[in-house]
Design a protein around this ligand. Structure first.
Ligand code: IVH
Length: 670
């Protein structure tokens, strides 16, 4: 190929690849297959090899180009990278708001609320649209030049969509899935595991060899502009973020601009509840004054700006001393070591016990009795020990020896082939029966409120409940003598047991605790077969014919329902009035239902009168559609409610079908 021609082709390929990187990694809306992408990349690499003089630093081929560095050069930040003052409760937040209103002499302030990503602060410089440098925060004045490493982040564009010169700031982080993948890999290699995604991300960014960084799929959210030239200067932070987004940078979509502190508190409350649903860790919410001119007036203190504050969620991780280990036998007979700890407050509650998972885990992490350990408690997850602080060893620590016999029934513990857990394989082991009942009544299963571990254990020890069916025979006089059971709690408990009879059958299926059948498997069974009778009658082939049910699960289900004692339990449950049928909505498979939304990509904009946007999105998804945030030529429908704005305009410009609320409702009804 002639040089001129090659140059043009190279430029065209780079443009295309940049565009697809953006669609894939920033917008989450890929439009080509991996094969097509790889083919373009190969062609580009080939041409660049033939014409090395045409290689530029912003070529997609340069994401993992560089040689290992001897050390990181120091970088002085043109504007210091400040940190934030913290608020730990709403009073402190209200104080922050009052102070701003007082200093600014205004009544109401607009705030932007953003998620506080638990990663590492970085600064990235673009010159005329080309990424030229990336640095760590360091001490805020001077950081380290980690350009090579930041270039490996696929969601970070090497070239912006406009030739602007700017310095952007953001947080590099490791998504949880990637963290888990890396730890699984480390585990298989017998290496020490990372305690959390943040440590793993820090490790990746500190690599002198960018090839090692590239092995960990870091991600980034940009949240601020340091310096900017060559484009209109934004007047508000909201506009800054929109501008960054338009330039092709990845800005967190979960942000809001609100009027006044009350809505800020609502946003915080929302994410306190939902943080576990995110694919990455956050440790709080950042609240920033929206008006940039007002920010100027408020100024900064030596350490942090007066116009922003970090609302910190209670720490989910802490360090405490491991005093002992208790062995717990689960409903499958698996034996779990539980750490007995000095009390530590995590996520707002005192933690004194945490799982140590299994024997291998204790060995791999080299955990000793008396060690300072890192403990984590996230959301509904059981607290767990995640690592050891080696630096705090005194030499007094002692190794822990797992028992060889079941602490509950005395039978010998065995380790089945391919399993990490020791097991008690005595089917009569009381611990297994008791734990089975605890699982049966738990939230994801029959969800009987008031029946916690303690009550079940008492009922079990008093011989009142020896299996799930016994629960439905309980009477007030059985319960009243139990510890801490007043008349009112007995009434409530009996009502909760009664109510559980109405559950849709997947709750029961899950509650039975069939091996390999989790909550999702139970739902699939319930939806496919409609009720318990059909499931029990199904043979292995019929079970395996169901999508998502594999041979292992099919075998386990068949064997389970073949047992006479299982048949008897179900007969008794049914006789007691426990519902045996599926009651939920019919499942709709993406792409092959009759719904006009099946397989379609839909954008919602404006306000709907008949339902919230969330509800509308749920209903579209339930009918097999996909709901996305921005309009492109791949959008099939834009549902436009009242006061629809720029998205509606964009839909019209692109010729995307626009549907009003009435038509939308008609489509939902089919
Ligand atoms: S703004 C001067 N926004 O939290 C304001 N920071 O102590 C600079 N962080 O060092 C920070 N998510 O590493 C801001 N949405 C967000 C953030 C965020 C995470 C980190 C950042 C900063 C620390 C604040």
């Amino acid at each position: 190929m002639e040089r001129k021609e090659a140059e043009q082709r190279i430029e065209a390929l780079r443009r295309e690849i940049h565009e697809h990187d953006h669609r894939y990694h920033v917008l989450n809306q890929p439009v080509i297959s991996d094969q097509e992408y790889d083919a373009m990349m190969r062609e580009l690499l080939g041409l660049e090899q033939e014409h090395p003089e045409l290689v530029t630093p912003d070529s997609p081929s340069q994401r993992v180009g560089g040689e290992p560095l001897p050390y990181f050069e120091k970088v002085r930040h043109t504007q210091p990278m400040l940190s934030l003052a913290n608020a730990f409760n709403f009073e402190e937040l209200q104080e922050f708001d009052r102070r701003i209103r007082r200093l600014a002499e205004v009544d109401g302030v607009d705030y932007v609320c953003e998620l506080k990503i638990d990663g590492l602060a970085v600064s990235i410089r673009y010159e005329e649209g080309v990424m030229v440098r990336g640095a760590t925060r360091g001490d805020g004045t001077t950081g380290e030049n980690i350009t090579q490493n930041l270039k490996t982040i696929r969601s970070l564009p090497l070239r912006l969509r406009d030739a602007v010169t700017l310095e952007v700031r953001g947080e590099a982080f490791l998504p949880r899935k990637e963290f888990e993948r890396i730890n699984r890999q480390k585990e298989s290699r017998g290496e020490t595991l990372f305690a959390n995604p943040r440590n793993a991300a820090a490790g990746a960014l500190r690599q002198l060899d960018p090839k090692l960084t590239a092995e960990r799929a870091l991600d980034i959210f940009l949240y601020g502009i340091g310096e900017i030239h060559g484009t209109e200067t934004p007047g508000t932070h909201t506009e800054s973020l929109d501008l960054l987004s338009r330039l092709g940078l990845k800005v967190n979509p979960d942000r809001v601009t609100v009027k006044g502190i009350d809505d800020v508190m609502q946003f915080i409350d929302h994410w306190r509840e939902h943080r576990e649903e995110l694919g990455y860790d956050i440790d709080g919410i950042v609240i920033k004054v929206d008006d940039l001119e007002l920010r100027e007036r408020l100024g900064t203190t030596a350490k942090s700006p007066r116009w922003a504050i970090a609302y910190k969620f209670p720490a989910e991780e802490g360090v405490t001393v491991l005093r002992g280990v208790e062995i717990k036998v689960g409903r499958t007979g698996a034996v779990t070591p539980t750490a007995l700890l000095d009390p530590v407050i995590l996520a707002g509650t005192t933690v004194q016990r945490a799982t140590l998972h299994n024997e291998d885990f204790i060995r791999e992490k080299e955990i000793l009795l008396g060690d300072h350990v890192i403990v984590k408690k996230a959301g509904d997850i059981i607290p767990e020990v995640v690592g050891v602080v080696q630096e705090r060893r005194t030499g007094e620590e002692k190794p822990y020896q797992m028992p060889t016999e079941c602490p509950e029934c005395g039978s010998e513990l065995v380790r089945l082939e391919g399993e990490v857990a020791l097991r008690c394989i005595n089917p009569q082991c009381p611990a297994q029966t008791r734990e089975g009942i605890i699982h049966f009544v738990s939230r994801g299963a029959m969800n009987i409120e008031g029946l916690g571990e303690k009550v079940v254990t008492q009922l079990f020890n008093a011989d009142l409940v020896r299996g799930p069916a016994d629960l439905y025979d309980l009477k007030a006089e059985d319960l009243l003598p139990l510890e801490r059971m007043g008349k009112k709690s007995v009434e409530n408990l009996l009502a909760a047991i009664e109510e559980s009879k109405q559950n849709s059958v997947e709750k029961l299926i899950f509650g039975l605790g069939i091996r390999f059948v989790g909550a999702k498997g139970a739902l699939i069974l319930a939806q496919h077969f409609g009720g318990m009778e059909a499931i029990m009658a199904a043979d292995r082939e019929e079970l395996e014919a169901v999508d998502e049910i594999g041979p292992k699960m099919a075998e386990s289900i068949e064997t389970y329902f073949d047992k006479p004692e299982v048949k008897e339990t179900l007969r008794r449950l049914e006789a007691a009035g426990v519902n045996m049928m599926y009651k939920g909505p019919a499942p709709v498979q993406r792409g092959d239902s009759d719904s006009p939304f099946a397989g379609k990509t839909v954008v919602l904009t404006g306000t709907l009168e008949s339902m919230s946007r969330k509800e509308a999105a749920d209903r579209i998804e339930a009918q097999g559609g996909k709901v996305t945030g921005s309009v492109s030529k791949n959008t099939d429908y834009v549902i436009a409610g009242e006061k629809a704005g720029s998205k509606l305009k964009k839909a019209r410009d692109l010729g995307v079908d626009v549907v009003d609320e009435q038509a939308f409702l008609a489509m939902l009804e089919g």
